[in-house]
Ligand binder design. Structure first.
Ligand code: GAL
Length: 467
C-alpha cells in the first residue's frame, strides 16, 4: 500500500522537549518569557525542563529506534544557536548538540527533517518588534542560511516555519500563545505576512546558494482542518465554507502554491471591511511588494499538519467588532457523531485527512505531500494501554493508504505527533500526545512506550519492507 521509500516518522519541537532553557549559553525565547509570567499556561508550567532532551537525547534516540522510524522531525531552537537571534554570536554548544542529534540519527539510518522555527522566537528579536517588524524577514533569512551552511550537508528535508497560522492567530490575535499579544484584526495579518516573506527569502537563499550542492527540499508546514458545509444544500453554508478555507488553509497556501498573493475571497473581505472601518486607502491585510522575490513557488513539497475536521455554517454577519473572525464571517460546528479525544478541539475524523489530501492534490497541482503532523491526545487519567489511540493510528494510516492508492495523491510520508509526551503549549503537561509516556513526576523522566507506540511500530515494520 505504501511506496518503498515512504517516510515513517514522528515529530517534536525544541521548546516542547529540550528543557535546558538556559544551559550552555542559550538565550531566552518568547516561550521562556511567556511561561514565566503567571497565569499564561496551565498550572503555570513551563518548558524549563520538559523532557530534558537536551541532556537525555540518547533516550529519545532509543525510542526512535524502537519504533523503527525512517525519519525524525525535530526543530532547532533559534536562541540556542544564536542567543540574541543574530549571527553576530554563535553558541557553539548549541551547534554541537544538534550536530550530535543529526549524526546519531544518520548513524541509525534515520533521516532528519528539520524545522527552523517552531514558535520560539529569540526574546531579543521580540524586543525589537518580533514578527510584526518587517526586518524580521532578513533576520530569519540569515538564521536559515546559517543552518543550511552548518547542517545542510546532512539534512535534506527542511521546514522553515511551523504553522504560521497558529503563530499569527494564537500568538497575536487571541494572545493565548507567546508572545501573548491580543491585537485583533490587525497584527495577525501583519505577522502572517512577515512569516511568508521570511519563508520566501529563506527558500530563495536555499535555491540559489545551497540546492545544487545539498540537494534538499524546503517547505513550510501548513496546518489545516478538513471542512464541509453543515448543510450541503444551503448556498450560504457553502459560501461560508469557501471563506473559512480562504482564511485558514488559503491564507498561506494560496500565495505559495497558486498565485503569489492571498486568496481573492480573503483579500476582498478584509479590504472592504478595512474601508468601512476608516482605514483610508490601506487594508489591514498587507500587500506583497513587487520589489521582493515572489513567494509563489517557494515550496518543494506540501507539508501538512492535520488534526481534525469541522462543519461550517453561515456566519452571524460582520458586526462592528474588529477581528479576524468577523472578517471571515463563518461559523464552525462539530458533527456530534465525531468522537472527541482529550482536548475539546480535537474531533477524531480520520477520513477528513483523505478528503483534505485529495483537495490538496486537485487545488495545488498534485504536489508531493508530507503529512508532517497528525495525532491524538489523552487528558486526565493516562492509559498506557491506550486502545482508542491505537485504533486512531490504524484508521488514519488506512485513510492515507487510500489517498495514495485510490485517489492518486502523491503522499511521501507520515509523521505522528509526537514522539513522546511533552509540553503542550498553553495546556502545559495536562495534554499528552506522545507515543511514549514520560514520567514528569520523577527526575529520571522515564520514557515508557504506549500501546499506540507498539501499534505504530507494528504498522511501520509491516509496511517498511512490504514491496
Ligand atoms: C500543533 C503544533 C505542535 C503540537 C500540536 C498538538 O499545532 O505544531 O507543536 O503542539 O499542534 O496540539
Amino acid at each position: 500500500m505504501f511506496p518503498r521509500d515512504f517516510a515513517w516518522g514522528a515529530g517534536t519541537a525544541a521548546y516542547q522537549v529540550e528543557g535546558g532553557w538556559q544551559a550552555d549559553g542559550k538565550g531566552p525565547s518568547i516561550w521562556d518569557t511567556f511561561c514565566h509570567e503567571k497565569g499564561r499556561v496551565f498550572g503555570d508550567q513551563s518548558g524549563d525542563v520538559a523532557c530534558n532532551s537536551y541532556e537525555l537525547w540518547e533516550k529519545d534516540l532509543g525510542c526512535i529506534r524502537q519504533l523503527g522510524l525512517t525519519h525524525y522531525r525535530f526543530s532547532l531552537s533559534w536562541s540556542r544557536l544564536l542567543p540574541d537571534g543574530t549571527t553576530k554570536h554563535v553558541n557553539q554548544k548549541g551547534v554541537q548538540y544538534y550536530n550530535k542529534v543529526i549524526d546519531d540519527l544518520l548513524a541509525c539510518n534515520v533521516s532528519p527533517m528539520v524545522t527552523l522555527y517552531h514558535f520560539d522566537l529569540p526574546q531579543a528579536l521580540q524586543d525589537q518588534g518580533g514578527w510584526k517588524s518587517p526586518s524580521i524577514a532578513s533576520l530569519f533569512d540569515s538564521y536559515a542560511k546559517f543552518c543550511f551552511q552548518t547542517f545542510g550537508n546532512r539534512v535534506k528535508l527542511w521546514i522553515t516555519i511551523n504553522e504560521p497560522y497558529v503563530c499569527a492567530k494564537l500568538g497575536h490575535e487571541d494572545g493565548i500563545h507567546a508572545p501573548g499579544l491580543k491585537e485583533p484584526g490587525v497584527t495577525a495579518y501583519l505577522v502572517g505576512h512577515n512569516m511568508l516573506r521570511a519563508h520566501s527569502m529563506a527558500w530563495h537563499s536555499y535555491n540559489s546558494d545551497y540546492r545544487t550542492a545539498q540537494k534538499g527540499w524546503v517547505s513550510l508546514a501548513i496546518n489545516s482542518d478538513w471542512v464541509e458545509p453543515l448543510d450541503t444544500q444551503c448556498k450560504e453554508d457553502s459560501a461560508a465554507t469557501e471563506r473559512y478555507l480562504a482564511f485558514t488553509l488559503g491564507w498561506f497556501s494560496w500565495p505559495v502554491f497558486v498565485t503569489g498573493d492571498y486568496p481573492e475571497i480573503m483579500r476582498s473581505a478584509v479590504d472592504s471591511e478595512s474601508k468601512k472601518q476608516g482605514y483610508n486607502g490601506t487594508s489591514r491585510l498587507p500587500i506583497f511588494s513587487k520589489d521582493e522575490p515572489t513567494v509563489l513557488g517557494t515550496a518543494d513539497f506540501f507539508a501538512l499538519n492535520y488534526y481534525t475536521s469541522r462543519k461550517v455554517k453561515q456566519g452571524e454577519g460582520r458586526g462592528n467588532v474588529l477581528c479576524m473572525k468577523s472578517d471571515r464571517d463563518a461559523g464552525e460546528v462539530l458533527d456530534p457523531s465525531w468522537p472527541i479525544c482529550g482536548v475539546s478541539w480535537l474531533a477524531v475524523v480520520p477520513d477528513g485527512l483523505r478528503k483534505l489530501l485529495k483537495y490538496i492534490k486537485e487545488t495545488f497541482n498534485n504536489p508531493a505531500v508530507y503529512i508532517t503532523e497528525n495525532g491524538f491526545s489523552q487528558v486526565g487519567l493516562l492509559q498506557i494501554e491506550d486502545d482508542q489511540r491505537s485504533k486512531f493510528y490504524k484508521d488514519t494510516i488506512l485513510e492515507v493508504g487510500k489517498a495514495i492508492n485510490e485517489d492518486g495523491v502523491n503522499v511521501r510520508g507520515y509523521f505522528a505527533w509526537t514522539l513522546l509526551d511533552n509540553f503542550e503549549w498553553a495546556d502545559g503537561y495536562s495534554v499528552r500526545f506522545g507515543l511514549y509516556h514520560v514520567d514528569f513526576e520523577d527526575e529520571t523522566l522515564n520514557r515508557t512506550i504506549y500501546q499506540s507506540g507498539r501499534e505504530y511500530a507494528k504498522i511501520i515494520s509491516k509496511h517498511k519492507f512490504s514491496l
